[in-house]
Design a protein around this ligand. Structure first.
Ligand SMILES: [Fe+2]
Length: 296
């Protein structure tokens, strides 16, 4: 069965440059997924992503509006990403054989809220209409390929504590800050086809006020895995002075009939020479039990 190796970029906030391209050339994922907040509306990151030769899918986040309520900067960023952008739409990455469907672009979380920039760029729509756009995109995809949902903010329903994958941590009263249209879309999609993985960002890993670190991974009862990739800043340096570049990493085994198993999920910090310096393993599929040989 083919195994897809996916690198996921969480919330660059401008931390994306040629060094990331060099690392990608060395570690050679099969595809790159980018969860948005590329910057505050500057054109450099979309232009760089367009130059990558590997398959890329991207969605814009709330910071990609550049705080421009007219929606023009948001539109400009989406246009600059061109076919890479899959907000409310489908992107076939084949090769390597993957369907990526984008959730609502420009989300700042909080259930269902459209900013002035989003309203200006896309017009009004309801929670149900947004969920239906995501669902219809997923259901129009090649059913033989595994499906991944790509969102800026994750879905509601993953917990209401500050440290939960989409938990609000910047006010004392913690709550579930996930997107309800995405949660509805997930339920609708799973009535018709399997959904192994949802990747997102927006809710940064380090909690506000030094309250520790966020839980960045979970699995629901239906077997869908949720990965928050927003390690911010994703460019860093370790105690030995070595430059680090963060990527989340997922290995997905497809059965060729639309079902897929996530074999591995982790956060990885690479050196500039592509060496894997640190890894936080989030998930490892149970290896099959070795066959017990009966004595003759
Ligand atoms: Fe964000």
């Amino acid at each position: 069965m083919p195994v897809l190796r996916l690198a996921v970029v969480g919330d660059p906030h401008g931390a994306w440059d040629g060094s990331d391209h060099t690392v990608l050339e060395l570690i050679r994922p099969d595809a790159l997924l980018v969860v948005g907040d590329l910057s505050d509306g500057q054109p450099q990151v979309p232009a760089l992503l367009r130059r990558l030769e590997l398959p890329v899918a991207c969605i814009v986040g709330n910071h990609d509006t550049g705080k421009d309520a007219s929606g023009r900067i948001l539109r400009r960023q989406i246009d600059a990403l061109g076919p890479l952008h899959c907000g409310w739409s489908l992107r076939h990455l084949d090769p390597p054989g993957l369907v990526v469907v984008g959730a609502r672009p420009g989300s700042a979380g909080g259930g269902f809220h459209l900013s002035k920039a989003m309203l200006a760029a896309f017009g009004p729509l309801s929670l149900q209409e947004s969920a239906d756009r995501i669902t219809q995109s997923a259901l129009s995809a090649d059913a033989a390929l595994p499906l991944v949902l790509l969102a800026h903010c994750g879905p509601s329903g993953l917990g209401s504590e500050a440290a939960d994958p989409c938990g609000r941590d910047w006010k004392k009263s913690a709550c579930d800050w996930g997107d309800q249209d995405l949660a509805l879309a997930i339920r609708q999609i799973r009535e018709r086809r399997p959904l192994p993985l949802v990747v997102f960002g927006h809710m940064h890993h380090a909690l506000k006020r030094g309250d520790g670190m966020r839980r960045t991974f979970c699995i629901d009862r239906a077997g869908t895995l949720y990965l928050n990739a927003a390690c911010v800043p994703r460019h860093g340096r370790d105690g030995q002075g070595r430059e680090l570049r963060h990527f989340s990493w997922v290995e997905l085994e497809s059965d060729g009939e639309g079902k897929a198993t996530v074999l591995w999920a982790s956060h990885r910090w690479y050196g500039l020479g592509g060496e894997l310096l640190y890894e936080e393993v989030l998930h490892q599929a149970a290896s099959p039990r070795p066959e017990v040989l009966q004595p003759c």
